[in-house]
Design a protein around this ligand. Sequence first.
Ligand code: ADE
Length: 247
Amino acid sequence: MRFDIATLFPESVDSWLSESVIGRARAAGLFTAECHNIREYTRDKHRRVDDTPYSERQGMLMQCEPIYRCWQGICNMTRSQPHVIYMSPQGKTLTQQRCRELAQLPHIMILCGHYEGVDQRVLDRIVDEEVSIGDYVLTGGELPALVLIDSVVRLLDGVLAQPDCYEDESHYSGLLEYPQYTRPEVWEGEAVPPVLLSGHHANILRWRREQALITTAKKRPELLEGQDLSGEDLAIITNVIGSFDKK
Ligand code: ADE
């Protein structure tokens, strides 16, 4: 899988993509990421990439031409038409399900906006999808782009030690993760749940499901709506939150 990131801060993005799990996966060739400085694509002699909006609003907007030429450069260089994502608080909020879908794509270009935004015409021309990382506004699209790349790359084959690293975790199955424990068996008078020491695989699996349901019902009950729940699941949830209307 390949990412091309169009940004005004290529060094910051690149440096983050060179660290830790993601950096090791990149060095091992499990994915490719190249950062492109949008400023390199301006024809302006002062290397300007922004100008004032026609709407008489305060602030500056990124201009069409450098972004369009950057996109053309990426298409020509890679001989491919990437799926283009513009990171924006107006986009659809990123979910684990969407990360799984994006992880299937061969080539993604991410456009990171800055200043007060980007001229709509270039967005209309090149962008396939706007993605938000939540209902709040950041100063630029770089951190959201890194959030997206991190959450997609960790799903690629070989990046995490074992697939069940993520198959059991929060949001994968639509539920939050069950609580986890490690040594010592007793800490400050608090013991690890005995079933986890029993070695009884089926009971441990049942406990995990039960705890995932209880955690979800307590912390994010809205995630249970639309879940495929058995009678046993419903009984567990009802115990926690009184009554539960399956929608
Ligand atoms: N750019 C600024 N704020 C953003 C957000 N919440 N999500 C994605 N991109 C953004």
